[in-house]
Write a new protein. Structure first.
Length: 156
C-alpha cells in the first residue's frame, strides 16, 4: 500500500493519534544500560531492588529511544512531509519505567503555524506522552518539525 502525503495543512490543533506501544523487559534494560548508562539500578537486579527505585529501571536514554521508536508508528498509511526536525523541548521523565511495564505513545498536534517568510512550509509542534499500563504518564516531550505545505493549498 502506498502511503499518502501528510502535509502541514493536514494537522489539526488538538487532534491526537495513537502511536505504537513497547514492552519494557529486564533483558532490554540491562542490555541498553550496559552500553549507555551502567548505573546499578539499570544493570543489576539485586542492587536495583535495594535502590531508591526498588527495582530495575530504564535509563533516560533508553526511555527517549522507546519514545523515538513508538512515536512515528501512527504513520502507517501516511508519509509526513517533514523537511527537518527542529528540536525537542519540555522533555520530562515523570516516573520510572520498570521491567514489565507496557508503554504506549500518544501524540497531540499542539501547534500548527505557517511560516511568515516561506508560505510553502510551516512548523508543527507535536506533544507526545508515554503512558504505562496503569494510565500514568511516565514521559513527555514536545518536538518541533518543519513541514511542507500541501502544494495545492499553498499555491492558492
Amino acid at each position: 500500500m502506498e502511503k499518502r502525503p501528510f502535509y502541514l495543512d493536514d494537522h489539526v490543533v488538538g487532534d491526537s493519534v495513537q502511536c505504537g506501544s513497547y514492552d519494557v523487559t529486564a533483558d532490554g534494560i540491562i542490555e541498553f544500560a550496559s552500553k549507555w548508562d551502567p548505573q546499578p539500578w539499570h544493570v543489576d537486579e539485586e542492587q536495583a531492588k535495594a535502590s531508591f527505585f526498588g527495582g530495575l529501571t530504564a535509563c533516560s536514554a533508553h526511555i527517549f529511544s522507546i519514545y523515538s521508536i513508538t512515536s512515528p508508528q501512527w504513520q502507517n498509511d501516511a508519509m509526513p512531509q517533514a523537511i527537518a526536525s527542529l528540536g525537542f523541548d519540555e522533555l520530562r521523565m515523570l516516573k520510572p519505567e520498570y521491567a514489565g511495564d507496557r508503554l504506549r505513545c500518544v501524540t497531540y498536534f499542539d501547534t500548527v503555524r505557517v511560516s511568515s517568510t516561506k508560505p510553502d512550509r510551516g512548523i508543527v509542534i507535536y506533544a507526545s506522552e508515554l503512558i504505562n499500563q496503569d494510565d500514568e504518564v511516565v514521559f513527555s516531550a514536545k518536538c518541533s518539525t518543519l513541514m511542507a505545505r500541501d502544494p495545492h493549498v499553498s499555491d492558492g
